[in-house]
Design a protein around this ligand. Structure first.
Ligand code: PSU
Ligand code: MN
Length: 306
């Protein structure tokens, strides 16, 4: 028996009519950005997806119910309550559902719920990955293993250099996950367009990415696709400028003994604090760009399917 999901009318109709849909996560709203910019950005990316010819579906858990699409009121509440709402990865789903709690979904749990709903395209900011020092801490985001499990393409501006990007790419290779650079031969590093790490493959257009998705799933290969979409040039923070900030944040986390699911939010908050408005502006710009690209991929993929 499939687990019951709760859809907004807009999303339910789009899925029934096999129109393109783009999922969004809610951890980026509750834990990734301050209020009110988080809510403004979440609304803006939904509108960008509509303009691009697709339907947005922001995913979250409310009172234990898996929500696919949020009302403006629900979205606003997640933004206001922010970090007091639990950050929910796949591990946490059974407890949050059983206890009828609210939860902000990460990339991993959003992919899983999107897949349950039959949504194949998801736009985010940055994915989780293998943390620096993971050979000792074993801190590897469940986002990695989810890419082996859920048939969803995730549009991301790469991953922040709070992670070990080389080990992140190695892990995705092991898990059989295509990492497709969109118009780039380098894996982008979130704030910066370049990381010094090559992507294993590149596509020139969203339609080509849709072709990779179709080919993967037509062969019965399970799991997702990482679509690496660099931050727009005008919003970029050069790597040499952000690197010392990231290094200091990682050291501070170590010194304070920050562990587990607290690590990523701690590092993100540290970087945001030190760079003040600049990192937030970059974050907003890249999420909007990812939404636009995800809509184009969803449109191209829907054409292939029907
Ligand atoms: N990286 C970012 N911004 C974010 C996240 C990661 O640059 O908001 C969030 C995403 O929701 C991602 C999660 O899925 O953090 C990863 O957390 P962890 O490393 O604990 O798995
Ligand atoms: Mn972790």
């Amino acid at each position: 028996m499939a687990y019951p999901l709760s859809f907004t009318d807009e999303v339910r109709r789009a899925l029934e009519e096999r129109r393109p849909v783009v999922a969004f996560e809610s951890t980026i709203i509750a834990h990734g950005m301050p209020y009110p910019q988080n809510v403004e950005t979440a609304r803006a990316v939904e509108e960008i997806v509509r303009v691009g010819g697709a339907v947005p579906a922001t995913i979250a858990i409310i009172g234990g119910v898996l929500k696919v699409g949020l009302t403006p009121k629900e979205l606003d509440r997640f933004g206001r309550e922010g970090r007091s709402i639990a950050k929910v990865s796949v591990r946490d789903l059974p407890f949050i559902v059983a206890q009828q709690l609210d939860g902000a979904t990460t990339v991993a749990s959003t992919m899983r719920i999107a897949a349950m709903a039959g949504i194949h395209v998801f736009a985010t900011g940055g994915i989780g990955g293998v943390h620096r020092g993971a050979e000792k801490t074993f801190d590897i985001s469940a986002d990695m293993t989810e890419f082996a499990a859920s048939d969803v393409a995730v549009v991301t501006a790469g991953a922040k250099a709070i992670l070990d990007l080389a080990l992140t790419l190695e892990t995705l290779e092991t898990l059989g996950v295509p990492v497709v650079g969109l118009g780039t031969s380098e894996f982008p590093a979130f704030y910066s367009r370049q990381s010094g790490h090559a992507v294993p493959m590149s596509c020139a257009t969203p339609a080509e990415v849709a072709g990779v998705m179709r080919a993967k799933w037509a062969m019965g290969l399970k799991g997702g696709v990482v679509v690496a979409n660099p931050i727009p040039e005008e919003a970029e923070i050069p790597a040499e400028e952000i690197a010392p900030v990231i290094d200091a944040a990682v050291k501070k986390a170590e010194a304070q003994g920050i562990m587990g699911k607290e690590t990523t939010p701690f590092l993100l908050a540290e970087i945001a604090g030190v760079t003040a408005g600049r990192s937030l502006a970059a974050n907003i710009a890249l999420v909007k760009h990812n939404a636009e690209v995800a809509a184009a991929i969803a449109v191209a993929f829907a054409e292939h399917v029907s």
